[in-house]
Design a protein around this ligand. Structure first.
Ligand code: COS
Length: 384
């Protein structure tokens, strides 16, 4: 749903300009230094990017899912590390507070997230808990008006920058499954929290992940999301479901960028006396990528519209994440192929995208988890 086409157009114009004039020129330096320059971070805040999904009453832009998808398609036209900096704050780090938090929790945190003053991270994954999210071991044991948190969270995006963590921890150690898990808002400066060293990753330099270690960390009971124990796994699933549409949109945007770069290269690069774009075997690669990008774009917009209309889109969200992330990987591979030897050389930039997009098939639920979710939902639906 698009609330007001003119307002959205103004926002997209601003984002497109920011991407073109500020982010694209900074891609190489960010990849080299592994840091996003402070002035770019400030401009992201000024544009309202950190508050995209925070409702207007709490100081954000309150975009609908379809509008969010449009902004992510625009943000995808540059290195994905830029989106990552505000992605957890507009997505998995904040939406649990919005969906299931108490009014007091929303009022306390959402306005500061919307301005970018606070960065939110989502702390679910652990050293021994990835796809099987319900098996997490971090505990939060109630003692009076506090919970004592112990455990280690792994690969936590934006952990080194976070002001708050949306933390999933087991409040009922007797219940080893999803029902024993609760969600908390934990302020990053709470004593007992240590952030590990930044992970050295395959790609997405400029986006940082790290371990978050909780040792007898005393979290006030008022930080339990929604004030109810045992709801944390469901909160996480709801947040991830929406996040999957968001990530799928980024996959489409980045695929469009790689396709554009490949097309321009193919038109400039001459072999056998003509641009390689004239050769049908190169054209076949461009055509396959274009068809897949178009298909994924249509899927993502459709799923977003259905979600805005209030429909259950658990299956569609997983279809989008599955197809768009795999599509993006194929487009990256073809783009490198079209660049030929230059595709393997850092100066041309395309190998960086090839490495960056590999993450899309892994995080916020691997391709295999999306397959499981889709198939399970189909079977459940058919059994009704
Ligand atoms: N929305 C709301 N509730 C949901 C839900 C959703 N999308 N998906 C599941 N739930 C609920 C279920 O309804 C169930 O509730 P009841 O017990 O009341 O019936 C509960 O959550 C447990 O669901 P389920 O039985 O399906 O849980 P499983 O342990 O079998 O796990 C998968 C399901 C594998 C799908 C889940 O663990 C998952 O998504 N794993 C991937 C995690 C992930 O994405 N990690 C990335 C880290 S963050 S970057």
């Amino acid at each position: 749903m698009i609330r007001d086409p003119q307002t959205l157009e103004a926002l997209l114009d601003a984002v497109n300009r920011f991407v073109r004039e500020r982010l694209v020129p900074a891609e190489a330096i960010v990849a080299e230094t592994d840091e996003i320059p402070e002035d770019i971070v400030r401009e992201m805040k000024e544009l309202g990017l950190f508050g995209l999904t925070v409702p207007e009453e709490y100081g954000g832009l309150g975009v609908t899912m379809e509008e969010e998808v449009m902004v992510m398609l625009a943000m995808g036209q540059t290195s994905p590390c830029f989106r990552s900096l505000f992605g957890t704050t507009v997505g998995i780090g904040s939406q649990g507070i919005l969906f299931d938090g108490t009014e007091a929790q929303r009022k306390k945190y959402l306005p500061r997230l919307a301005t970018g003053e606070l960065i939110a991270s989502f702390a679910l994954t652990e050293p021994d808990t990835g796809s099987d999210a319900a098996s997490l071991r971090t505990t939060a044991i109630r003692e009076g008006d506090h919970y004592i948190v112990n455990g280690t969270k792994r690969f936590i995006t934006n952990a080194p920058h976070a002001g708050i963590f949306t933390l999933m921890a087991r409040t009922n150690p007797q219940d080893k499954g999803a029902g024993g898990v609760s969600a908390f808002i934990v302020e990053a400066d709470t004593p007992g929290i240590t952030i590990g060293r930044k992970d050295r990753k395959m790609g997405q330099r400029g986006a940082h992940t790290a371990d978050v270690i909780f040792e007898n960390c005393k979290v006030p009971a008022s930080q339990l999301i929604g004030g109810r124990e045992g709801q944390g796994f469901k909160t996480a699933m709801k947040v991830l479901e929406k996040g999957r549409i968001h990530i799928a949109a980024i996959c489409v945007g980045v695929a469009e960028r790689m396709q554009r770069d490949a097309l321009h290269y193919a038109m400039e690069r001459n072999q056998f006396g003509q641009p390689i774009a004239e050769f049908q075997l190169v054209q076949a690669m461009l055509a396959d990528s274009q068809a897949e990008i178009y298909a994924a774009r249509c899927m993502v917009i459709d799923a977003a519209r259905q979600r805005d209309a209030g429909r259950n889109v658990a299956t569609e969200a997983s279809c989008c994440k599955l197809f768009a992330s795999e599509m993006c990987g194929r487009v990256a591979d073809r783009a490198v192929q079209i660049f030929g030897g230059a595709g393997y050389v850092s100066d041309y930039g395309i190998e960086r995208f090839y490495r960056d997009v590999r993450l899309f098939r892994l995080y916020e639920g691997t391709t295999q988890i999306q397959q499981i979710v889709i198939a399970r939902n189909l079977v459940r639906e058919a059994m009704r």
